[in-house]
Design a binder for this molecule. Structure first.
Ligand SMILES: *Cc1c(COP(=O)(O)O)cnc(C)c1O
Length: 471
């Protein structure tokens, strides 16, 4: 299996070669040169597998440069009840006839990013060890991604994590989750600024190519192919849980921001998983909903990006969307390059009159959006009608599911976080705080390890140098 760039101008690579990197050299995103096809016999053989077995069965179709026994051991070590709280890993619960929730947020940081990031931590450690290399992951976070990365990489040989967060802007719970980690290889840096300032520091450091090479700076952002690949597994798992036979179809509802989660659903469907619809749900930041309704992709600027009560979906542009558009335009790197020359210059593109957009129905996407009032109402409805408390992102999914689903098709709403992570908004909706998972009761009281710094690229580079060189 070789990986090619969506912009068509980078040499094909193997899985392990793209594992530690980010964008392809031509600025595109990596995708497999073709999607492995899943037969009816495969589905029959896979229906009874455990999550870890299924992960191996699927990932081995994408990864041919890690020996089978090693890849199997990595899957077994990653997807355990100990890490994910239940033997099913992604338990499915019914709300009403044909409408279900698939729980993806039972990992250590109680949001779905653990599903992929935990695998990434074990893959990184394995590949770095084999190659005798190390990596210094530098990232900026406003919450979920940073904590998922830290919990995945803590204690891993060959890996250090330098994570920048906006000082005083995360919730007390989010701060406690990250800053209470005491592992030697985790460095929390709170910068006196906003998330965008932290992000700008990361970009500035990464654009210093000599520094980046000397200090082996890497990233684990949402465009990482291995993260997308890992997420394909729970679409298959959810399909088996919500159906009785492989003759049936299902639909998935996906609370979306950077298009990483639903991109995995798209690939599962392209592989042959019987998916009727992929229902994309956005919050007030509806750049993706707009595209699927109109054919116009218009990334927003910072001023147009709303701070909402489903903050992990507050995006101005959807970094993984380029992967879907590559398939939509018949895998033409030239076309993608032309479209993204507009996006990268701060503009938009319009496919509304194109034959490709006219044929978009073949990909199964439909979309809708939510807002704060609808979010509160949906959290109340889930509590009253289904006796379940859902988080604000999942509520955006359920809101759109109730509007758009076909009641004849079993539907799975992906639960992307647990309500405890966003307890202020749950309290606003229900008048009470949600229960916290065991072990997180009092994490705000744990000792914290964080360095508060100015938004100063040179100072942050100096901290990395001191740490890596041990001076
Ligand atoms: C990251 C995140 C999302 C959005 O997922 P994408 O892959 O960016 O579309 C939704 N909900 C939660 C809780 C998240 O952390």
């Amino acid at each position: 299996m070789r990986y090619i760039s969506t912009r068509g101008q980078s040499a094909p690579q193997s899985f392990c070669d793209i594992l530690l990197g980010g964008l392809a050299p031509d600025g595109g995103l990596y995708l497999p040169e073709s999607y492995p096809q899943v037969s009816r016999a495969d589905l029959d053989a896979w229906r009874g597998l455990s999550y870890a077995e299924l992960a191996y069965a699927i990932l081995s179709r994408f990864i041919d440069d890690i020996p089978a026994a090693d890849l199997k051991a990595i899957c077994d070590k990653t997807y355990t009840e100990e890490v994910f709280g239940t033997p099913q890993i992604t338990p499915v619960r019914a709300l009403e006839g044909g409408l279900n929730i698939e729980g993806l947020s039972n990992g250590p940081t109680i949001a779905f990013k653990d599903m992929a990031m935990q695998l990434l931590g074990n893959l990184f450690e394995y590949v770095l060890d084999k190659r005798g290399q190390e990596i210094n992951i530098l990232g900026a976070t406003s919450g979920d991604t940073g904590s998922a990365a830290e919990y995945a990489m803590r204690g891993k040989r060959g890996v250090r994590v330098f994570m920048l967060s906006p000082h005083g802007r995360m919730s007390a719970f989010q701060r406690a989750q990250m800053y209470s980690l005491q592992d030697d290889n985790i460095y929390n840096i709170a910068v006196r600024g906003m998330f965008d300032d932290a992000q700008d520091v990361v970009k500035a450091v990464s654009n210093d190519h000599a520094f980046k090479a000397q200090y082996k700076i890497g990233a684990v952002n949402s465009i990482n192919w291995a993260r997308v690949a890992a997420q394909i597994v729970y679409y298959f798992k959810g399909y088996f849980a919500a159906t009785e036979s492989n003759d049936q179809q299902v639909s998935f509802v996906v609370p979306s921001g950077n298009f990483g989660n639903i991109c995995a659903g798209h690939i599962a469907r392209m592989m042959g998983l019987p998916v009727a619809q992929l229902i994309l749900a956005t919050n007030e930041n509806d750049v993706l909903d707009e595209f699927f309704r109109t054919g116009v992709y218009r990334p927003r600027n910072t001023a147009e990006t709303h701070a909402t009560s489903s903050p992990s979906m507050d995006i101005s542009k959807a970094s993984n969307f380029e992967r879907f558009v590559f398939d939509l335009v018949g895998r033409s790197g030239d076309t993608v390059r032309a479209l993204w020359s507009k996006v990268d210059a701060g503009g938009a593109f319009d496919l509304s009159a194109s034959p490709e957009f006219a044929a978009i129905g073949q990909f199964g996407f439909v979309s809708g959006s939510s807002n704060h009032a609808a979010r509160l109402a949906t959290i109340r409805k889930a509590d009253a009608d289904y006796a379940t408390v859902i988080d604000t992102h999942t509520a955006d999914g359920l809101k759109v599911a109730l509007e758009l689903r076909d009641p004849a098709v079993p539907t799975l709403v992906l639960e992307t976080a647990q309500p405890a992570k966003f307890e202020e908004t749950i309290a606003e909706a229900l008048g009470r705080k949600p229960a916290r998972p065991a072990g997180l009761d009092n994490i705000e009281a744990l000792p914290q390890r964080v360095e508060v710094m100015d938004v100063d690229v040179a100072a942050i580079k100096a901290l990395i140098v001191r740490t890596v060189d041990g001076v």
